[in-house]
Design a protein around this ligand. Structure first.
Ligand code: SF4
Length: 301
């Protein structure tokens, strides 16, 4: 919880995070551009100011995240991945949103708290982690105290994640691939499986298995999202094996069937259709086979 962190400790983290921006290594791409000068030439096309697409209560997340009052979602523009099938590509790839100073971002956090949201849900936060930390520092001074959800594609550096230890309460990462070839072809994400797994281990070390309050609302812990892609391209077997053998059979998992060929996916034959019920059932059986029973299975449509 951010309220438990001493101000001096938080300030040290903010300083360390901004150092990462100078020759940018905020994420595993390590572009090395100086984002303190507002250069937007890194892979994520992001500079000094965060770009926010929207800030509002959201009711479509997993039940312990949305609860009854909604999850206070801040949707960041741009991304450190290039998923050819991104369903939010106008935001992630075309940068739809408005630049916000850290003071403005803090106001949005406080506004979401005033709306009664259960938590602050930072969506695609990775490339703006330092700015988010600074905004949290400002918001905390003004009474911000919500649990923080870090809702990420899972292409994270362990060095950056360590700065979030004791600040992020709930990690909500994707596990997109088990094969480097697929990660490279569909997301231009070299070494995604190794990087993603190291990140998941660090997240789990920090927050452990999901804990709920008496009303079933998430207080702390890890929730993995796995989107099933057509033709086995999401590497479900490898993901489930890793979770069962290297994380915990009690880990909470959100199995997702909602894939459709958005953005450029219709140009790629093996991704140019929705998944079949057979493919989804196979993914479910694999999950069951590894004894992973906690979580949610999206209905097949
Ligand atoms: S955050 Fe952006 S600029 Fe920095 S290393 Fe990652 S992709 Fe490159």
């Amino acid at each position: 919880m951010i309220v438990s962190l001493l101000t001096a400790d938080l300030n040290e983290r903010i300083e360390a995070a901004y150092e990462l921006l100078e020759s940018c290594r905020v994420c595993p791409r390590k572009c090395g551009v100086n984002r303190l000068k507002n250069d937007k030439i890194g892979f994520c096309r992001s500079g000094l100011n965060a770009v926010v697409s929207s800030a509002s209560p959201h009711h479509g997340e997993e039940p312990p995240i949305s609860g009854t009052k909604g999850s206070g979602t801040i949707f960041f523009a741009n991304c450190n991945l290039r998923c050819v099938y991104c369903q939010n590509y106008p935001i992630s790839q075309m940068g739809t949103g408005n630049e916000r100073t850290t003071a403005e971002l803090a106001c949005q956090m406080l506004w979401l708290q005033e709306q009664g949201c259960h938590n602050l849900n930072l969506v695609t936060p990775t490339h703006f982690m330092p700015q988010i930390l600074k905004a949290l520092g400002i918001a905390k001074e003004r009474g911000f105290s919500l649990p923080i959800v870090y809702n990420t594609s899972g292409y994270e550096s362990v060095e950056a994640l360590r700065l979030l230890d004791g600040i992020v309460d709930i990690y909500l990462p994707d596990m997109r691939y088990s094969e480097g070839k697929a990660a490279l072809r569909y997301s231009i994400a070299p070494h995604y499986p190794e990087i993603n797994r190291a990140a998941i281990k660090e997240m789990y070390r920090q927050v452990g298995n999901l804990g709920l309050d008496e009303n079933g609302i998430a207080k702390r812990g890890l929730i993995i999202r796995h989107l099933v892609l057509p033709n086995g391209n999401s590497g479900t077997e490898g993901v489930m094996k890793f979770l069962a053998e290297e994380i915990s059979k009690d880990v909470y998992l959100s199995l997702m069937s909602q894939y459709f060929p958005a953005y450029k996916a219709h140009e790629i034959p093996e991704l140019s259709r929705k998944i079949t019920s057979k493919e989804y059932d196979e993914a479910y059986q694999i999950m069951q086979g590894y004894g992973l029973e906690n979580g949610w299975v999206q209905e097949f449509e």
